[in-house]
Design a protein around this ligand. Structure first.
Ligand SMILES: CC(C)(COP(=O)(O)OP(=O)(O)OC[C@H]1O[C@@H](n2cnc3c(N)ncnc32)[C@H](O)[C@@H]1OP(=O)(O)O)[C@@H](O)C(=O)NCCC(=O)NCCS
Length: 176
């Protein structure tokens, strides 16, 4: 009789199946590599201040290993700032922006936010309205977001013209 359990049972044969993403599939994932997305944002004229802050959540949309979209979330207690939302022009109107907002919204709620703010120029209004955002007071938004790197920077610097907000308090169950 042996006490070695590996000899008592036949080893199960497990076939390893590698899942490959379909060619041209678009995937979204959180990234710690701000250097990967910084050139895209800088080329598009975005402020990149605070992107290296340890508390920030950066989500990249990639296609064939190329970054084609990005969004980032800064959270302070129970409100969050969705920032750096950008989709490469040739990839727009395919739902990628909407997917990035959904990911940012989930990230904000996971981090305890009840209100999700964003700052944008008027051109983004139709898209943001479609995502459920409503107009907010710019100064009040910056005050509420005090402690978020980009919001603090914008207290004394020029940035996007308008503030928007979305109530995400019913998105998740976080007992306080
Ligand atoms: C705003 C932005 C992220 C949208 O990305 P996107 O991938 O094109 O967005 P979607 O495909 O998910 O658009 C969803 C819907 O929003 C609306 N929408 C998006 N872009 C629009 C535009 N330029 N004009 C009017 N409506 C628009 C449409 O209703 C669209 O649905 P449809 O294509 O079926 O008509 C992208 O245009 C962008 O990067 N713009 C420059 C940077 C910017 O403005 N960022 C926002 C700061 S908050």
């Amino acid at each position: 009789m042996t006490t070695d359990s590996s000899r008592s049972f036949p080893r199960a044969r497990v076939k390893k199946v590698r899942e490959r993403a379909a060619p041209d599939a678009i995937s979204l994932a959180q990234t710690h590599n701000a250097a990967r997305i910084r050139p895209l944002l800088e080329a598009a004229g975005f402020l990149t201040v605070g992107l290296d802050h340890p508390g920030i959540c950066v989500i990249a949309a990639t296609r064939n290993a190329e970054v084609i979209g990005v969004v980032a979330v800064e959270t302070i207690v129970d409100c969050a700032l969705m920032r750096s939302l950008f989709v490469t022009p040739s990839m727009r109107r395919r739902g990628i922006g909407t997917r990035l907002v959904a990911a940012a919204r989930a990230a904000a709620v996971t981090r305890g936010a009840r209100t999700l703010y964003t700052l944008a120029d008027a051109a983004a209004a139709p898209f943001l309205a479609r995502c459920g955002f409503g107009a907010a007071d710019y100064r009040a938004a910056l005050d509420e977001l005090s402690g978020c790197p980009l919001a603090d920077y914008l207290q004394t610097h020029r940035g996007p013209a308008l503030a928007w907000k979305l109530d995400v308090s019913a998105d998740g169950i976080i007992n306080r």
